[in-house]
Design a protein. Structure first.
Length: 647
């Protein structure tokens, strides 16, 4: 009996002592200042950051939970904002039994009314890189129990700002974010809404297993759906968990009645484009990335293709194939959200808007080849090409087209080109074969009734400038043009020809409302936008011919040509009988034809002689000229070009 009583008394004493010690320990653990001190030490040791907190407490009912208010984590000293994270309130519920094994398993973490400031410095530093806790040193686990990711996370009323290497700040507002999973990061579901400048985006995702998040080549089966306005992006398959994106196999689909809301969220200042649909299968294994079965629809554009990207050190190398059935260049740019170009000023031939040289220069970090075919292509000028084929090679911010060919203007085009984005320069070798000048007038909507004019052309030129206008003004290299028979329906042109060569016709065809051109030949040796020389353009019609010297100026977009015009056959008395040369000058878009002012004194003398002799001297000269076979001015111009080449 005494023994039993002794045991009971000792048991009561032990229990009483245990309760007293537990009470003292609970008081120590739940003491606010003690908790704040432990938290500050942990943040300093783990992240090398300073932590400030208004109040912090620990409760054990109904389960262990931490609560903190007015907390802030500092940024490194080099950042623009001194605070990395600040929040009005943080609540964290933890599992009880893992605490007995010195592990902290977060059941639910919620953060309310918070701000996060991210920054990527020009030298490459990122203020979030140090936040990944390093592995604890030997023996440190007991003093610093590992913190496991939460099974559930709720974020409310948050703002995230990002300051990039250009020192420009972008801000997002997070309305609410919810993350739920089973213990160990399995059966994960996420749902969050975020906005920027009033443009919203909704993201929902499901993952089978995120326990290997961040590990090399780790993947998880799952799906992600992103919605913004009427646009949606759905990604399904083996999703990457490795930040390096070295392994995955996914199907991606975009359906968008309009990308206006998404453009606003991404900060793209374009007008909302039309409906867009796209499908592609993406896969990665190590250093290889493949895109198969690409299908893209944008307005009337239908694009298909595939691509492969291989990482070779720091430079990705790609091979791609793209095929399009119809591509209206102007309409496609409008559909993609690009604003229309303003109309060219009166008399201007070229647009002055900047060309996308900067986008080409930005490809300096990649190399690759795109093989493309386009069944029908309409250029900005209105020229229509069919069966366009070529190869595009990108390297060092330059685009090389070794060879291209196409059908256009009832003939064909072929050649090569080299475009340099950094230098804003171009080198083009272009050949046109059996194309119709009449078709060019028709497709470019020129108000000229022109039929026929089979044309051969060769241009081997270089140019540099930020716009088409500047490129034209710097054009250097030879351009030769050979145009065959054509008919021009023009009363004004026919009257001008009669005025020059047949004002008083004898034994010659009567004037008509059209001009029958036999040929046009031109040799234009451009130097910095100006082609200057003797006998550079020749024109011949059924009734007259003209061989001109002078200059074609693409800088001023003007002509300054002069030369003799004469009747081809018979006797014709026109203004050219008195003035040996006529002048073609003014703007290229609307040239003027008149007498050469330099020959005016001679013309006056010839008119005076005609008056004194009753016209006999002029008639005699005209009969003599009509009996002589003049050389073909088109052949003279082209022969001069050939002679120059031989030298």
């Amino acid at each position: 009996m005494l023994k039993a009583r002794t045991i009971a008394l000792w048991s009561i004493a032990v229990m009483t002592t245990g309760l007293v010690l537990s009470a003292l320990a609970l008081h120590a653990l739940t003491d606010s200042e003690r908790l704040k001190k432990l938290a500050r030490e942990h943040v300093q040791k783990t992240w090398s950051r300073e932590l400030t907190v208004g109040d912090m407490s620990l409760t054990f009912t109904p389960m262990p939970a931490f609560r903190a208010t007015d907390l802030a984590v500092s940024n490194p000293g080099w950042t623009h904002d001194k605070i990395f994270l600040d929040a009005k309130e943080l609540n964290m519920q933890v599992e009880f039994f893992p605490l007995l094994t010195k592990r902290i398993v977060v059941k639910h973490l919620s953060v309310d009314d918070f701000r996060i400031h991210l920054q990527h410095a020009p030298d490459g530093r990122k203020n979030w890189e140090q936040l990944a806790p390093s592995a604890p040193a030997s023996g440190a686990a007991a003093a610093n129990p590992p913190l496991m990711p939460p099974n559930a996370l709720t974020l409310r009323k948050g703002t995230v700002s990002f300051r990039g290497q250009d020192d420009q700040e972008t801000m997002w507002q997070l309305e609410r974010a919810q993350f739920d999973s089973r213990t160990g990061g399995r059966d994960v579901k996420l749902d969050f809404r975020v906005s920027r400048d009033g443009h919203a985006m909704h993201v929902k995702g499901e993952f089978d297993d995120l326990s290997q998040l961040g590990m090399k080549e780790a993947v998880s089966s799952g799906s992600v759906r992103i919605e913004s306005g009427t646009a949606s992006l759905v990604v399904t398959g083996q999703l990457p968990l490795d930040p390096a994106l070295r392994r995955y196999q996914i199907n991606a689909a975009i359906d968008a009645a309009s990308l206006g809301e998404a453009f606003g969220f991404l900060g793209i200042t374009r007008r909302p484009p039309i409906e867009l649909k796209a499908r592609v299968k993406l896969s990665a294994a190590g250093d290889d990335i493949k895109a198969d079965g690409l299908q893209l629809t944008l307005g009337k554009l239908r694009l298909t293709g595939d691509a492969r990207i291989t990482r070779r050190g720091a430079v990705p190398v790609f091979e791609a194939r793209l095929d399009a059935d119809r591509l209206d260049w102007v309409q496609t740019l409008l559909d993609a959200g690009e604003p229309p170009l303003p109309p060219k000023p009166a008399g201007e031939l070229f647009h002055a808007n900047p060309l996308p040289w900067s986008q080409l220069a930005a490809t300096a970090g990649v190399e690759g080849t795109v093989r493309t075919t386009i069944q029908w292509l309409k250029l900005r000028s209105g020229i229509e090409l069919t069966k366009v084929g070529g190869e595009l090679r990108f390297a060092d911010g330059r685009l090389t087209i070794p060879a291209f060919d196409a059908k256009l203007l009832a003939g064909s085009a072929s050649g090569s080109a080299l475009l340099d984005g950094a230098r804003q320069s171009a080198r083009v070798d272009l050949r046109l074969k059996d194309t119709q000048l009449g078709a060019w007038f028709s497709q470019t909507r020129k108000k000229v009734a022109f039929d026929g004019g089979r044309m051969q052309m060769h241009a081997l030129v270089t140019a540099n400038g930020k716009s088409m206008k500047e490129l034209a003004a710097s054009l250097t290299g030879p351009v030769t043009v050979d145009i065959g028979k054509a008919t021009v329906q023009s009363k004004k042109l026919s009257a001008a020809e009669t005025w020059l060569t047949g004002l008083i016709p004898f034994f010659s065809e009567k004037g008509t409302d059209q001009v029958e051109l036999t040929c046009i030949g031109a040799r234009l040796p451009f130097q910095r936008g100006i082609a200057r020389g003797d006998n550079i353009i020749g024109v011949r019609s059924a009734a007259s011919q003209l061989l001109t010297s002078g200059a074609v100026d693409l800088r001023q977009q003007s002509l300054d040509l002069h030369g003799p015009v004469r009747a081809r056959a018979g006797i014709a008395l026109g203004v050219s009988t008195f003035a040996n040369e006529v002048r073609v000058d003014g703007k290229i878009a609307k040239p003027q034809v008149g007498l050469d002012k330099a020959g005016a004194p001679g013309a006056i003398a010839r008119v005076a002689a005609a008056v004194l002799t009753g016209g006999i001297s002029i008639i005699g000269t005209t009969i003599w000229d009509g009996a002589q076979a003049a050389p073909n001015p088109c052949q003279v111009a082209l022969a001069t070009a050939a002679g120059k080449k031989k030298k």
